[in-house]
Design a protein. Structure first.
Length: 136
């Protein structure tokens, strides 16, 4: 078992549930659901295969964009690990470099950057993603 989602009780209305498997790194994963009723009776769903080609399924969230003094980098949905965060100019020069851990929202001080466009590079094991942001 990788997780539990609390049910919404007995209803005739359509219900939607979701769960994020944070251990996914790429490959094929097999899932099934187990529904447990209030009386303890349980039932399993069919097994479903889910193919995750790369861990790049998760996107880095940046805010605010444009930023004036700080930029929040949201890695709460990432698998555990350490990630390198680099800020580069549009010409490729690395202007800032720091390391943050997954599972958190990190704050990057951008106050010293001149106003303009920049690239944020996030790198980890089997992960590489770039995002543009503006500094005002």
């Amino acid at each position: 078992m990788i997780g539990t989602v609390k049910g919404n009780g007995t209803t005739n209305q359509k219900q939607t549930y979701s769960f994020t498997d944070r251990s996914v790194t790429g490959g094929t994963y097999y899932y099934r659901l187990k529904q447990v009723d209030f009386n303890g009776k349980s039932e399993y769903s069919k097994i479903v295969a889910v193919k995750a080609d790369n861990f790049n399924l998760v996107k880095v969230a940046l805010y605010p964009n444009p930023a004036s003094s700080s930029l929040n980098i949201d890695l709460t949905a990432f698998i555990p690990g350490t990630y390198s965060i680099k800020v580069a100019s549009l010409t490729g020069a690395i202007l800032k470099n720091q390391t943050i851990s997954a599972g958190q929202v990190a704050t990057l001080d951008v106050q010293s950057l001149t106003n303009g466009a920049y690239v944020l590079i996030v790198e980890g094991e089997n992960f590489n993603q770039t995002n543009r942001f503006l500094k005002n």
